[in-house]
Design a protein around this ligand. Structure first.
Ligand code: TYD
Length: 134
């Protein structure tokens, strides 16, 4: 079973700035069908609060910091993306919450499928039911 994994992103920094690279099967374990980004999140706002049935994602915060909490119905894990050198792979079937956004944070999400509202579970009780019964 695939579990959430922090991936180290090679970062090349010099006096001109920072360049990070996601490449290969470890950082990109699926064909990327969609990229979206989240920015300008006001202080104290939480995002996410849903799970995906099939969608896989790799999440980076190239600037700023965000906390991502993941739950598969039994196990809970929390990750902080606070560096361009960190990427988080989120397998399908995890309830996720994004919070504690630092001002100016940009979150970039690489996704395995195009947007499909039917793939979302947005009700937590329904998610728990789904984890036990499908
Ligand atoms: P939402 O799922 O609430 O964002 P998050 O959970 O990451 O905070 O999505 C916000 C809105 O954007 C919602 O109306 C759905 C829409 N949306 C798209 O149209 N395409 C996309 O790829 C995504 C991720 C969201």
């Amino acid at each position: 079973m695939t579990v959430p994994t922090l991936i180290t992103v090679p970062v090349i920094s010099d006096e001109r700035g920072t360049l990070g690279v996601l490449e290969g099967d470890l950082a990109l374990p699926f064909t990327v069908r969609r990229v979206y980004f989240i920015s300008e999140v006001p202080e104290s706002i939480d995002r996410g609060a849903h799970a995906h049935r099939r969608l896989e994602q790799v999440v980076i915060a190239p600037t700023g910091s965000v906390r991502i909490s993941l739950d598969d119905g039994d196990n809970h894990a929390t990750f902080v993306l606070d560096s361009p050198s960190k990427a988080l792979r989120i397998p399908p079937g995890y309830w996720r919450t994004l919070d504690d956004f630092a001002p100016g944070t940009v979150v970039v999400v690489l996704a395995s499928e195009e947007y499909d509202e039917g793939d979302y579970i947005r009700d937590h009780a329904r998610f728990i039911e789904w984890t036990h019964h499908g």
